[in-house]
Design a binder for this molecule. Sequence first.
Ligand code: SF4
Length: 93
Amino acid sequence: MSALATISSCATTACAYNDGACKAGAITVGGSEGSASCGTFVTLDVRGGTNSGSAQVGACQRLECAHNTDLMCTAEAITVSADTALCEMYSAR
Ligand code: SF4
């Protein structure tokens, strides 16, 4: 595996890391089987993160996803959506 998956868009605007786009350096995707979601999602009265470039998927706990190898995401990019920050690229094998 070479590069980390990038987050090409995130529509979860309630997240403190969402400031027009995901501004976290890297996220961890977790959730449960059948429903992969961003574990970095948090609602706070601030907006934070970094402007150093595209946020990436630093780790993914959804081992059953077709894009997951060794608990890492092998997709080129993912999109995140909905109030619960779902990973739209999730595909159970
Ligand atoms: S596409 Fe699959 S492996 Fe990649 S972050 Fe989403 S759930 Fe994890």
